[in-house]
Design a protein around this ligand. Structure first.
Ligand code: ZN
Ligand code: FE
Length: 256
């Protein structure tokens, strides 16, 4: 079993698709399918044929490319069982108990509801990589469209419990605008200051700010830091449970 080639592909205005390729078997997969044309061009440029599509959740900006890609390549489509009726062409519905792999690399399905009720995160433990869709972003998190704050906090907590060195790929490039909010709620955070300098340089050079890591997000992302005394003091929520601090942060961000 060889190591995976991972390509981060910008699609649409600020979405990402991730290409996975296992060179020995020649197998290729993608995580989310925002735009068929962009993905086809990227695959063709590498002479890769698409075998599998992994979907994090049903929103159109993650699924619109599925019908054309499935039709063209005959790729299988894996996604949350709970959203089977809302994901076009789904061939395999998954839950937390599903055993999955890609070209011999085990994939753990983590149920991360909140943004949508069926949202899943794919974790490849042997490769130290996870695909968090619209649940965890760098320095931010997804909006809670279908779930509630406690549910979203539980989902983020599952992701935060992955090993520190896990590389995190997210569904969108929102890092710079997330950084402004994060800096407002925890301006004293040195790890955040360092990350902001890094992402400003990356964006100025036209590069993605991803992947990030669990370690970097736990140090700088306010949505993974409701235990921070500085954040609690700023919000006036000293004795509150973590999920309530999280809920308050999410509400403030919605208005920002
Ligand atoms: Zn979404
Ligand atoms: Fe999205």
């Amino acid at each position: 079993m060889g190591s995976l080639e991972i390509v981060l592909l910008p699609c649409l205005a600020d979405n990402y698709c991730v290409l996975l390729h296992e060179p020995e078997s020649g197998q290729t997969a993608i995580v989310d399918a925002p735009h068929a044309g962009t993905i086809k061009t990227a695959l063709n440029a590498r002479n890769w044929r698409l075998n599998h599509i992994f979907v994090t959740h049903h929103h159109t900006d993650h699924t619109a490319g599925i019908p054309e890609l499935k039709g063209h390549f005959g790729a299988s489509v894996t996604g949350p069982e709970a959203e089977a009726d809302r994901i076009p062409g789904l061939t395999r519905g998954v839950t937390a108990s599903t055993r999955l792999d890609f070209a011999g690399h085990p994939i753990e399905v983590i149920e991360t509801p909140g943004h949508t009720l069926g949202h899943v995160t794919y974790h490849l433990p042997q490769d130290s990589v996870a695909f968090t869709g619209d649940t965890l972003f760098s320095l931010g998190c997804g909006r809670i469209f279908e779930g509630d704050p406690q549910m979203m906090w539980d989902s983020l907590s599952k992701i935060a419990a992955l090993p520190d060195d896990t590389r995190i790929y997210c569904g969108h490039e929102y890092t710079l605008s997330n950084a402004r909010f994060a800096t407002n709620v925890e301006p004293e955070n040195e790890a955040l200051k360092a990350r902001v300098a890094e992402i400003e340089a990356l964006r100025a050079a036209g590069k993605p700010t991803l992947p990030t890591t669990i370690e970097a997000e736990k140090a700088a992302n306010p949505f993974l830091r409701p235990q921070s005394r500085r954040i609690r003091a700023r919000l006036g929520l000293d004795g509150a449970p973590d999920w309530e601090v999280f809920a308050h942060l999410r509400q403030l961000k919605n208005k920002a």
